[in-house]
Design a binder for this molecule. Sequence first.
Ligand SMILES: [Zn+2]
Length: 272
Amino acid sequence: MEKLLFGISGHPIGDGSTKFTYKSAITYLKNIGLDAMELPFVRSVNVTEKNKDEILQSKIENNFYLSAHGSYFINLNADEDEKQEKSLERIINGAEALSKVQGRSLIFHPGFYLKDSKEETFNTIKENLMKLPYFGVDYRLETTGKGTQFGSLEENVQICKEVKTCKLCIDFSHVHARNNGSIKGYDDFIGMLEYVKNELGEEAITDLHVHLSGINYSVKGEKNHLPFQESDFKYEDCMRAFKDFGVKGCIICESPLLEKDALLIKEIYEKS
Ligand SMILES: [Zn+2]
């Protein structure tokens, strides 16, 4: 991608009383200086025959970037084969709907270890991901916030090396929470970016999908998202590292303050 886009997850907050549709949300976000939105398909796929044309039109008119967050009910390492099949179906349905509005990336958490070893889980998830058809939408594996969920940065990078249709979604806040506050500052961000570049090449850095938020966590990992200014997540160092390292792609802000925090980090990025 040519530059780094900033956007939010789901509908904006606005003045608190406006009811948004995807169409009006895209126009609103563009007007305040944002360029991307991640459609939450987390409970159901909400791009339908009814709204797809107006979303696509608004996306094109505003030169806007769309991604979607896949179902929360995905576990490609479920004990029952039927549940694994259902999970694949949910991913495919999400990618199909997103492709109708020219969305680029479907983000999801691939699964849980349950009673399996990390290696067994890796292999089962990898085999399932290899079955996914490609519709022009990249499957983006998100780094997860809890140790019980598959999706450390290393695991996802390894999958991306082996499965052509998969790319990264790095949720740096999740990585921080998963490792009980491991990201202390600028050098840690640069270290992770260097690791990704060494393993997956320059392309992974110039088309990166990122989730960011302030975050609350314990030794067990992620608890809940927080505004940037109310958490220990080093968002200023993060923006500086992205700028210095030449990261391009899309940042989706998942803070409870949504567009307000997205604009906050965008401003810091631009001044860096
Ligand atoms: Zn997620």
